[in-house]
Design a protein around this ligand. Structure first.
Ligand code: 13P
Ligand code: SF4
Length: 299
């Protein structure tokens, strides 16, 4: 395909690293240097030392890449690709919460804006949230934001009281317990995997709740041959490509994140040609928002 050749040629000329999230369009995943979950992509950005990073995913992920690799030019090929959940907790709201709840430890899911990260103590992703919350002192109140489902799922797993912010992922919130019951009737031998952004009632009916990277590792390592997948459908591309002998059934094919689909091959080509749009963060945000991410990567 001509456009793919053009992208690869420009990518080589710019010495760019192309990172893509597991939910992006299949054709974008296929030209990426690395495809992964939020935690894996953060780690890649932190260690890559690439002069140019083309980040195919939603805006907060591209911002995280910039925080972790501030000297790189970070291209986010479609600025309209935002995560609605990341807009559900603002820096002002967190400051107000802290003022009325002194002593609270504030844990932010990485699905927050860089500006919001400047006001929190530590970040986490779905891949490390449980381990990270477990590492925090028990004798101080703990607020988890912005995803109330993820927070409630961790609280249930750890048996720990956690204050929950009233945010959620509009895509994962569409998954309901009846979807799992129906899918199990259709595929009685399949293992059910869901994302921890799903409602606690959904997680309770699944076999495992895992990050997107965790799901990919699980299906690869499992001796089972059939899986029901309760997350954004873009992940099925890698699952099927990497495990051609196994069967994957989406819990509901309508579970699609429209923002993750916004970045097209044309956008990638245009961004590499014009070297825009870039992710720009001011120095104070760069410094203050990086601290909770660095803490996360240390745990
Ligand atoms: P992962 O970190 O599991 O890839 O999840 C990111 C996300 O946005 C899920 O909706
Ligand atoms: Fe945000 Fe949900 Fe899309 Fe993930 S799937 S990027 S949490 S809207």
């Amino acid at each position: 395909m001509k456009i793919v050749e053009e992208i690869l040629e420009l990518k080589a000329r710019r010495n760019a690293l192309l990172l893509a999230h597991n939910y992006t369009r299949p054709e974008v995943q296929d030209i990426a240097d690395f495809v992964g979950d939020s935690l894996e992509l953060s780690r890649k950005a932190a260690e890559c030392h690439a002069p140019v990073i083309v980040f195919c995913g939603v805006r907060f992920m591209a911002e995280t890449a910039k925080l972790l690799s501030p000297t790189s030019i970070v291209l986010h090929p479609n600025p309209k690709a935002g995560c609605p959940m990341a807009e559900m907790a603002s820096p002002e709201e967190i400051r107000a919460y802290r003022a009325s709840h002194p002593g609270t430890q504030v844990v932010a899911y990485v699905n927050t804006t860089a500006a919001t990260k400047t006001e929190v103590d530590i970040c986490c992703t779905s891949g490390n949230a449980e381990k990270l919350v477990a590492s925090l002192p028990q004798n101080r109140p703990l607020l988890f934001l912005p995803d109330a489902n993820l927070g409630a799922n961790i609280a249930g797993k750890l048996g720990r009281k956690i204050e929950l912010w009233p945010g959620c992922c509009p895509t994962h919130n569409k998954i309901l317990p009846e979807h799992i019951k129906e899918a199990r009737m259709r595929h009685p031998n399949a293992v059910v995997l869901v994302h921890p952004e799903c409602l606690p009632a959904v997680v309770a009916l699944a076999d495992h709740a895992l990050s997107t990277g965790g799901m990919l590792r699980f299906v690869h390592d499992s001796p089972q041959k059939e899986f029901i997948i309760g997350t954004e459908c873009g992940i099925l591309h890698r699952m099927r490509k990497e495990n051609p002998e196994k069967a994957f059934h989406p819990l509901d094919p309508a579970v699609v994140c429209p923002n993750m689909k916004r970045i097209t091959l044309e956008d990638v080509l245009n961004s590499l040609r014009d070297m825009r749009p870039t992710v720009e963060l001011d120095d104070e945000v760069l410094r203050r928002a990086r601290a909770p991410i660095d803490k996360m990567l240390e745990v």
